[in-house]
Design a protein around this ligand. Structure first.
Ligand code: MG
Length: 390
């Protein structure tokens, strides 16, 4: 029997690579539903190729345009609105809900899929950052496996397969490429433009996550993501810079042995593993590591003075409650403003820190409170940013 997928965020970088993996394993997987925000040009091509039963376009106008465009194409029902993301993620025909949307919009469909007991392939880290306590508790209750797609977390997940007792794990070590500005000074960073931030040395990814990699907020969010996925306290999660991006993360055990996972940096590898877990399959269009050519793997400590987002994310995670929500919302807003050239690169950590300082916290927030705090933080970030405008 083929496994049926609902793929949310199909036009983004991870979404498109997921369809490449599905295409290469046509006898194993089929697409039940695709969803995108408004990129109907790419979505239309995907619909014609994969013939899903349903396609959701969250932007209403784009949905109407696509429905008009595909008039006469009978295979696929076009729906609009965010609510339908929850419907397709939890639909009875779905085996795997693949959550590849970017940002907090991934939260409700992830919860819907978990409640329906689906296998959840999770490429959206914001969901765990803002609501890790709710998501993991629900996953436990529904017995829904969450398979991480983020390359670091996929690596850790694979490194601990076969670990019989969590107490055997001493430390998780997340690797980070360090991004394009690893060797900059703070003064150099003040002149960074969106174009500079968008050219990552090793990975090809969406815009938001590429900027997050440049500020190292991405690694900060990954610390919080790892805490929830693997139920490991923050003081047992380390970050090390590894510019070659060959080791995707490591786990140190209590006997000081370290297990690492290596591959060339290619998202298709963790994507395929999330789909085939607990099995493995040969992978097409991806390369092996050539160790002789590689020669050296290097490591260094991250510079938190240069990349304050790393420190801010750890602080938000440790303070817990609503702080990670504030961190995430302020960051999403700041990155968006930076990409629109409304603020400078160093304003991103400035805004995030200002928001973290200005919020009263509350422990174990409910979903409504999380969504409300997200909205309020965005508004406040915007207000403060207007005062900074270039
Ligand atoms: Mg990652």
């Amino acid at each position: 029997m083929k496994k049926s997928l609902a793929l949310l965020g199909s036009t983004g970088s991870v979404g498109r690579q997921t369809l490449e993996v599905v295409e290469a394993n046509k006898n194993q997987f089929e697409i039940y539903a695709l969803a995108a925000h408004n990129d109907i040009k790419i979505l239309k091509e995907q619909i014609i190729k994969f013939k899903p039963e349903v396609a959701v376009v969250t932007d209403e106008e784009a949905a109407q345009n696509l429905a008009r465009d595909l008039d006469g194409f009978k295979h696929t029902k076009i729906l609009s609105g965010e609510k339908n993301l929850n419907e397709i993620a939890a639909a009875p025909k779905v085996d795997i809900a693949f959550i590849a949307v970017s940002g907090i919009v991934g939260l409700l469909p992830t919860l819907a899929a978990i409640q329906a007991g689906k296998v959840v392939a999770l490429a959206n880290k914001e969901t765990l950052v803002v609501a890790g306590h709710i998501v993991m508790e629900q996953a436990k209750k529904s017995n829904a496996p969450i398979i991480p797609v983020d390359s670091e977390h996929s690596a850790i997940f694979q490194c601990i397969q076969g670990t019989t007792d969590k107490k055997h794990i001493k430390k998780i070590i997340l690797t980070a490429s360090g991004g394009p500005f690893r060797n900059y000074s703070v003064k150099d960073l003040s002149g960074v433009t969106p174009d500079m931030a968008l050219s990552h040395p090793n990975w090809s990814m969406g815009k938001k996550i590429t900027v997050d990699s440049a500020t190292m907020m991405n690694k900060g969010l990954e610390i919080i993501e790892a805490k929830w996925l693997f139920d490991i306290p923050y003081n047992q999660i380390d970050v090390v810079i590894h510019p070659q991006s060959i080791i995707h993360s490591m786990v140190e055990f209590i006997d000081n042995t370290v297990v690492s996972l290596m591959s060339i940096p290619d998202m298709k590898i963790p994507i395929q593993y999330a789909l085939t877990w607990p099995e493995r399959r040969p992978i097409s269009n991806s390369m092996e590591i050539n160790f002789a050519e590689l020669k050296a793997l290097t490591f260094e400590a991250p510079d938190e003075k240069l990349f304050p987002c790393l420190r801010l994310a750890r602080r938000a995670g440790e303070e817990g409650g609503l702080k990670p929500v504030v961190l995430n919302a302020a960051n999403e807003m700041a990155v968006d403003l930076f990409l629109k050239k409304k603020i400078g690169f160093l304003h991103i950590p400035y805004l995030v820190e200002a928001m973290l300082d200005s919020f009263d916290n509350s422990a174990n927030p409910k979903l409504e409170k999380i969504l409300e705090t997200d909205a309020v933080t965005r508004q406040k970030t915007l207000q403060l940013a207007e005062k900074l405008s270039l």
